[in-house]
Design a protein. Structure first.
Length: 132
């Protein structure tokens, strides 16, 4: 079943360029964002095809990450309204704060999975405090 997702990946690549280039020329940087959204709507067809082979609910898979992104993005948006970025240092602080908030939210939501992955990555070692 590798052929179908590969064809969609090629469609996304070609579509992004074929739609994105003219829209970027006519609308500027906003054009590539709109073109990307248009191209990404083909995901709906990919999900429909995938459901024939694997039962899943897209809302269940997408809802938590979207809520996490919104939970991390809205404070950043509010921060930008209060103190806009004007220097490279303020950009670095903003990126660091946003990334830290997003990682904290991810850890709070997916704590058990993350700890299990870390434990497996360490070869099944148990977590214990060892000062040396």
């Amino acid at each position: 079943h590798v052929r179908v997702p590969t064809m969609f990946a090629l469609l996304w690549m070609a579509g992004t360029w074929m739609i994105g280039w003219p829209m970027t020329v006519s609308m500027g940087i906003l054009g590539i964002a709109i073109a990307n959204c248009v191209v990404q709507f083909t995901n709906l067809f990919l999900f429909r095809i995938a459901r024939k082979h694997v039962p899943f609910r897209i809302a269940n898979a997408a809802l938590v990450p979207w809520l996490l992104a919104a939970g991390a993005g809205l404070p950043l948006l509010l921060c930008m309204r209060v103190a806009p970025i004007h220097t490279l240092f303020s950009l670095a602080v903003c990126i660091s704060a946003h990334l830290s908030l997003y990682l904290l939210l991810m850890f709070l939501v997916y704590r058990k999975r993350i700890l299990r992955l870390v434990q497996v990555g360490l070869g099944g070692a148990t977590f214990a405090f060892r000062p040396w």
